[in-house]
Design a protein around this ligand. Structure first.
Ligand code: AMP
Ligand code: GLY
Length: 418
């Protein structure tokens, strides 16, 4: 079977790499892919934008692609599943309606309220004047969220009124995030330990993945600005049986039930972003995709054939997913300046790497030369009997990767409670 992976990050590299291990997969096309994806066995890059559905359709037809695996949220929210609905090709990822759980924070908040899923209290505003009036009445900190997709930048945890007022002005009056900021949520600030829980959602039920922890802040000690994720470890030391039971009973089951009630046939990855206090989860967000860099850890842990898992999920035949008992870890290597501005087109040198897997993200190949092309450049991953061993292997190898202004955290694998 020929498969198309849509996306270009480390997550998509990891998915393509794992698909390449399946005996049933003949060719994997990655659109657009990155400087590492085409190095994997059976993998080919196609320089097509993730939202150019007609160009993807031409590729699907010319290469007899039977399955499309969608990495990022954008094409899902834009309706890639609906576009291919009657074409015969299977799409792993929800319809436009299901993807609203990530694509509209107001839709997802209403969904949680209707289905009694624990989450922060929130009010919705479509006029900046009313939002500003309301802000005069609340206690700080408070959380401000643009309704639509804003490339991961649409949330502010505001510490005081001035900052919150400025955000409303930028987003609702000056259209900082375009139409994504036409409506906003003002939400209760939750405290506790942030945790993500991922898996595959189908109308038949939810199939959890091994647990994982993402390190969001840029700097050691979990300090500095938030990023897309600077590292990952799996399994998560924060999970315990009581918390797992609470997440399943209070969040996962009501979500699956709510989707069925709304007649949304959801077949795809689902990521619950949670805030946990005293083993009680509250939902911060839904994502209809896997996390990055969590996927890079999880694909190393996955023992099942991923193609079988995805096809079984799509045909309601998935029973269970097998995971290694070992640990895995990944350290993100970024361009200095990320998540703000950073230099691109930096020459990359990679010397010998041993017992690690290097997943590319912001890299490209030009005339055979490997160059940086993004903020997060690589995730260097290892799987070993325990996290200490993973850590040692990764940090020994990382010195063999070199480019100007390369930055990475030195403390991935350390445990921070909140
Ligand atoms: P979201 O995209 O909704 O997950 O928000 C991005 C980040 O903002 C989350 O990962 C949290 O760190 C933070 N956040 C979102 N909602 C809240 C909340 N209600 N209370 C505290 N922090 C929040
Ligand atoms: N690593 C967090 C995310 O992918 O949303």
């Amino acid at each position: 079977m020929n498969v198309l992976v849509v996306g270009q990050g480390g997550r998509e590299h990891a998915l393509a790499w794992k698909l390449s291990k399946s005996k049933q997969v003949s060719k994997i096309f990655v659109a657009p892919g990155n400087g590492g994806t085409a190095n994997e066995a059976k993998c080919f890059n196609k320089s097509i934008n993730v939202n150019n559905f007609s160009a993807l359709e031409e590729l699907v037809n010319s290469e007899n692609i039977e399955l499309i695996v969608v990495g990022p949220e954008d094409p899902l929210v834009n309706g890639i599943n609906d576009y291919f609905k009657d074409s015969g090709v299977k799409v792993f990822g929800p319809t436009k309606e299901g993807a609203q759980l990530e694509g509209s924070k107001i839709f997802s908040k209403k969904f949680m309220f209707e289905n009694n899923i624990p989450t922060g209290a929130a009010n919705f505003f479509s006029e900046s004047k009313l939002a500003k009036n309301y802000l005069q009445t609340v206690e700080f900190p408070i959380v401000l969220k643009a309704d639509g997709l804003a490339a991961g930048k649409g949330v502010l945890v505001a510490k005081e009124l001035g900052e919150a007022m400025q955000w409303i002005e930028d987003v609702m009056e000056k259209n900082k995030f375009g139409d994504a900021g036409n409506e906003v949520l003002i939400e209760e600030c939750l405290f506790g330990t942030e945790l993500s829980y991922m898996g595959i959602m189908t109308p038949k039920g939810f199939y959890p993945f091994e647990t994982s922890v993402d390190y969001k802040p840029l700097l050691d000690g979990n300090s500095g600005p938030n990023t897309g994720g600077m590292g990952c470890m799996s399994p998560s030391p924060f999970m315990n049986s009581e918390l797992l039971k609470n997440i399943n009973e209070q969040v996962v089951e009501p979500t699956a039930h709510g989707l069925r009630k709304a007649k949304i046939d959801f077949y795809g990855f689902m990521y619950f972003g949670l805030m946990v206090k005293d083993n009680q989860p509250k939902v911060l967000e839904y994502n209809c995709r896997l996390g990055d860099p969590e996927t890079q850890c999880l694909m190393l842990q996955l023992e099942s054939d991923i193609l079988e898992v995805l096809l079984d999920a799509l045909s309601n035949n998935l029973e269970n997913i097998s995971w290694s008992k070992e640990s895995s870890m990944g350290v993100v290597i970024a361009s200095g300046g990320y998540p703000e501005s950073y230099k691109k087109d930096q020459h990359i040198e990679i010397l010998d790497l041993n017992e690690v897997k290097l997943f590319h993200a912001g890299t490209k190949k030009e005339n055979g030369e490997l160059l940086t092309s993004g903020g997060r450049v690589f995730s260097l991953n290892a799987k070993a009997p325990d996290l200490e061993a993973c850590k040692k292997t990764i940090y020994t190898n990382i010195k063999n990767i070199k480019f100007n202004n390369m930055v990475y955290r030195k403390d991935i694998g350390d445990i921070y409670e909140s």
